[in-house]
Design a protein around this ligand. Structure first.
Ligand code: NAI
Ligand code: NA
Length: 398
């Protein structure tokens, strides 16, 4: 099949298996180039393991400290005449590379919010690894079916107290317009978003893993959060998704209590704003990211998901000395994004940004490139005119 990008808004409907494999190889090479992470994780469960920060975490663990990894995700498999999703092809490539390097890697494709997938995961840990010493929680989903009640929740991306008007960009066309996003209509919008993206499911995972006896002495668990600049506060940190992140962060003391007798610990890591399938769905944020990229690249401090996760593992979670946390107890790998000089320059560019000057003052080209690379496109190494086999199995799934 000849596979070309086909987009609808911020969604890409196609994915390229060889391009995805190239993307994975590049990330593996990066992690290898940084050297081994001394005393890094050895047996790792990644929940949300197929794209974005999750696959980068899996690669950082596997190729940074030779970890055995189990990955859980929700992706569409590739079948004859039907493309798989990007995360499917990412995982197919990851497992192939991991196995070639002599590393254990198996995956489970299904709804991580369900009791059934939790049980399947626990059975697999018992069968193959015995216990895990790191659990990465990197889910991003627009909906969740509650495993105990069956209630279906849909998250919304809305401001809370009042309508929010600001600039936004269509990153395909580069057209900058004003967008007004109406606030939540009721508490339910907030509660639904917290139910999907808050900490309850993370807690359910850790409770179930603990009850099954599959957590190792000294176990760590980490989930990912975001803060960002004041200009996105109304839609992000002070909006519905921010309430979910508050809830996720507030789960840490509960998990610490739960893990105490194992000398275990839980963390939230605040990560940098990056192009992923999830962040491209948030209004206003893509324009901010394209200005941020411009400023951070000019200063030589830009990082992608793999640089972020490698640094989180090597210099934060497993750096062997005291971990620096912020006043709310969070790990900060958004430190470079939030640097005062960076934020000042981004804010000044934000004021100026128009359709006419966008290509010049922002890195919208870099944004676009990253977006297409999420789906295996835009890699120089790949000939996109060439016929390619769309049926690529994930070795451990088939
Ligand atoms: P992503 O969309 O690339 O990854 C989401 C992952 O969750 C995928 O592996 C997907 O298969 C999996 N998933 C979704 N629904 C599932 C389900 N029901 N069952 C099993 N797996 C499911 O998103 P990204 O951006 O990597 O987000 C991961 C975390 O990082 C989120 O908590 C997000 O808020 C956070 N974060 C993202 C930032 C960004 O700029 N992209 C910045 C800081 C934090
Ligand atoms: Na992820």
């Amino acid at each position: 099949m000849i596979i070309q990008p086909r987009t609808r808004g911020f969604i890409c409907l196609t994915a390229h298996p060889e391009g995805a494999a190239q993307h994975i190889k590049d990330q593996i090479e990066y992690v290898k180039s940084k050297g081994k992470i001394a005393d890094g994780p050895k047996k790792v469960l990644v929940i949300g393991a197929s794209t974005g920060f999750g696959i980068a975490s899996r690669i950082s663990a596997a190729f940074g400290s030779d970890a055995a990894t189990i990955g859980v995700f929700f992706e569409k498999p590739a079948t004859e005449g039907k493309l798989g999703t990007a995360g499917w092809y990412n995982t197919a490539a990851f497992e192939k590379e991991a196995h070639a390097a002599g590393l254990y890697a198996k995956s489970i494709n299904g709804d991580a919010f369900s009791d059934d997938i939790k049980k399947q995961t626990i059975d697999l840990i018992k069968q193959d690894l015995g216990q895990v010493d790191l659990i990465v929680y990197s889910l991003a989903s627009p909906r969740r079916t509650h495993p105990k009640t069956g209630v279906q929740y849909a998250s919304v991306l809305k401001p809370i107290d009042q309508a929010f008007t600001n600039k936004t960009v269509d990153f395909h066309t580069g057209v900058v317009t004003d967008i007004t996003i109406q606030p939540v209509e009721n508490q339910e919008d907030i509660d639904n978003t917290v139910a999907v993206m808050g900490g309850e499911d993370w807690k359910f995972w850790i409770e179930d893993l603990k009850a099954a006896g599959v957590l190792a002495e000294g176990v760590k668990t980490v989930a990912y959060s975001y803060i960002g600049p004041e200009l996105t506060y109304p839609i992000y940190r002070n909006g519905t998704i921010g309430r979910a992140k508050d809830n996720l962060e507030a789960t840490v003391p509960t998990l610490n209590e739960l893990l105490k007798d194992l000398n275990g610990v839980s963390y939230v890591s605040v990560n940098k704003a990056l192009v992923t399938q999830s962040s491209s769905a948030i209004p206003v944020v893509p324009l901010y990211i394209s200005l941020l990229y411009k400023v951070m690249k000019a200063k030589g401090i830009h990082e992608g998901t793999i640089e972020q996760m490698q640094r989180l593992f090597a210099e934060r979670l497993y750096n062997g000395s005291d971990l620096q946390l912020d006043e709310k107890g969070r790990i900060r790998v958004d430190d470079l994004e939030m640097r005062e000089d960076v934020q000042k320059e981004v804010a000044a560019l934000w004021e100026q940004a128009t359709t006419e000057n966008l290509e010049e003052i922002s890195d919208i080209a870099g944004y676009r490139n990253d977006f297409f690379q999420l789906f295996g496109f835009n890699f120089d190494e790949i000939d996109y005119e060439k016929d390619t086999n769309e049926v690529v199995p994930v070795p451990s799934i088939g």
